[in-house]
Design a protein around this ligand. Sequence first.
Ligand SMILES: Cc1cc2ncn([C@H]3O[C@H](COP(=O)(O)O)[C@@H](O)[C@H]3O)c2cc1C
Ligand SMILES: O=C(O)c1cccnc1
Length: 355
Amino acid sequence: MLLERTTAQIGALYAEPMAEAQQRLDSLIKPPGSLGQLEEIAVRLAGITGNPRPRLGEKAIIICAGDHGVVAEGVSVAPQEITCQQIPAFLQGVAGIGVLGRLAGARLVVVDVGVAVPVDHPGVLNRKVRAGTSNIAVGPAMSREEAVRSLEVGIETARAEIERGVTLLGLGDMGIGNTTPSSAILAALGGYTPEEATGRGTLVNDQVLQRKVEVVKQALAVNRPDPSDALDVLAKVGGLEIGALAGVILGAAAGRVPVLIDGFITTAAAMLAVSLQPRCREFMLASHLSGERGHRTMLEHLGLAPMINLDMRLGEGTGAALAMHLVEAAVRVLNEMASFSEMGLSELDESMILK
Ligand SMILES: Cc1cc2ncn([C@H]3O[C@H](COP(=O)(O)O)[C@@H](O)[C@H]3O)c2cc1C
Ligand SMILES: O=C(O)c1cccnc1
C-alpha cells in the first residue's frame, strides 16, 4: 500500500520555477551556460523543490546495510562479517563515509535492512526485514513480500528525514557481496550480458571475476527474473539494502527532495526505482562515475551524467558525499552571483550568442 501510494505521489518537475532559475542564471555576470553542469543542477533543484531560488539546509546520507547469501559462492575478497563490523566505524566517523560525510556536513543515517547477524549498536536504525538474502545462484534472494517490505523501509526512512527538514539526501550501501546482485539487476533490467554487467567489486582477481560472471549467469538462469516487473527482479536477484535504497529514491521523489545516487550498488537501486516509477529519475542526481565495470552502462541506461570521475569504487555514499559540495556550489552560484544589471555591466551582444 505504502509503495503504491508513494509511486502515485511522484509528480513531474515544476516548469515555472525552472524557467525562472534559468533566466536568473542567464542574467548573471558570465557568458551564457559557462558554469556548465552547475547551472543544470541549480535548475533541476528549482524544478524539484518548486523554488526558483532553492537553498540547501540540512543534508543526510542514508546508508542501507544488508547481507547476501551469494557470498557462499566466493564472489568477494571480504568475509561477510565485515558488513556488520563496518557499522561502528561509520558511526564513529572513521570509515570512508565517516570522513567524507563529515566534510560535506551531512548527517549519517545507518539502517540495518538485512544484516546477517544482530547489529548491537544504539546508533543504528533496526529495520531488519530478514537476516540476509538467500543465495541467488540457487534460488530467489527473498520473497516478493520481503522485497516490498525492503522498499517500504527505504520510503519510511526517506520520509522521516524529510519530516526532520532534510533538504538534500545521499545514498550509501554496505553489504559484502552486493556488487554481484547489482550486476544481476543491471543484466536483468537492462538486457546486458553478465560479462558486460560484472566487475571486480572489492578488487577480485581474474579467476574470481570469471566466477562472478558465472554466478550472475546462473542466478539469471535459475530465477528467470521478469524484466518488466522490478519487484520480481528485486526479489529474485536483488538484495535487502538494494531494495531499501530504491525505496529511499521513491520516498525522496515523493517528498520533492533531491537525492544523490552513489556508485554501482545505489545505481542498481536507481534502475529498480525508475522501473517502478519512471518519473523518479528527474529527482536523482548522479554523483560520480565509479571505477566498477558496468557503472557507466548503468548511468547511460538511466540517462544520468555523473558530476565527478575520480575512479573511486568504495560505495558507502562516499561519491554522494563529495558531490554534495558541488550541489551546494550550484545553489550558491544561483543565489549569490550578481547580474549584469545589478552590477551595471555592459550587456552581451544577444545577436552573436549561439542559440
Ligand atoms: C572493508 C570494506 C569496507 C567497505 N565499504 C564499502 N564496501 C563495498 O564493498 C562491498 C561490495 O563489494 P563485493 O561485492 O566485492 O563484496 C560492499 O560492502 C560495498 O559497500 C566495502 C568493502 C570492504 C571490504
Ligand atoms: O561503485 C561502488 O560504489 C562500489 C564498487 C565496488 C565495491 N563497492 C562499491
